[in-house]
Design a protein around this ligand. Sequence first.
Ligand code: HEC
Ligand code: CU
Length: 308
Amino acid sequence: MVFFVLMAITVFFTFTIGFTVIFFAIRYRKGSSADRSHAFSSNLKLEIAWMGIPLVIVLGIFAIGTQVFVEMFIPPKDATPIYVVGKQWMWKVQHPQGRSEINEIHLPLGKPVKLIMTSQDVIHSFYIPAFRMKQDVLPGRLTSEWFLPDRVGRYHLFCAEYCGTEHSRMGGWAVVMEPADFDKWLKGSPDGSASGSSDAMPSMASSGAKLFEKYHCTGCHGANSEFKAPKLDGVYGGQVPIMAANGKDVIFVDADDRYIRDSVLLPKSQVVAGFEPVMPSYKDVIKEEELLQIMEYIKSIGRKEGVR
Ligand code: HEC
Ligand SMILES: [Cu+2]
């Protein structure tokens, strides 16, 4: 839409200006007998028009452009999350249902997908040219991107940020499948060999629940913990009261992916009001993939409506 509007405007002005230039060049060529008296020195109405009309056109382009931009950045509520971790030199992909893969990302046809991405070392960039999508993947931060696969097929996946000697080999395939095939694929064994029989593959949330115990989060956050720490049920998707930097005021922040992540890696940065800042940081303790699983677990016990 934006493309065609821009195209139409460009074509219109190219021809209008082009023809006018040629017309004047011929009419007022040296030696022609055209009337050159009464030349205008200024014309206020004309000048206002040639500022006003382009202003309206350009603001119009801005409006439709903004709309597309906003659509691009706000994923639909029902988008399936898929987690991506970039690492020198491979892409690690985890599906919430449990299956994980390397340098391949399987996608269901016709369902919006939201990638939640981070890097375990340097900056990478997740790039699938056929989808017109490219998003930087940064260490220590979550980035996301959504799209709607609308054609079955295999598409090239690249890393589009120079990230070391084997950067050029850091790539693979995005495979868009019919939803039924995709569901079958999801049930295959986690290491990629499709066995088809095992229902036992743990979902990311249940792996996360195990890690939640393994890292002794339960010691403080567990249901029957003596320790004064907030219960995490219903936290995700809501709002959390946080102590402001001045130590007096309370501000509310959205408990989204980023918040959960920061709470685990930088617990002192956002302390829940009414609690002591005693939670240890798990930076460099928990691996990125594990953290994503813990996040899925905390999401699974969060509010069901969800935030984006
Ligand atoms: C020593 C006790 C302790 C341990 C162990 C601990 N936490 Fe915490 N956690 C707290 C306390 C106290 C708070 C509230 C103060 C704050 O925000 O720092 C908190 C806050 C949080 C929050 C924000 C909760 C909210 O209501 O907004 C999350 C999420 C969280 N912890 C996750 C974890 C995870 C995941 C682990 C394990 C990897 C963990 N915690 C281990 C004590 C602990
Ligand atoms: Cu890379």
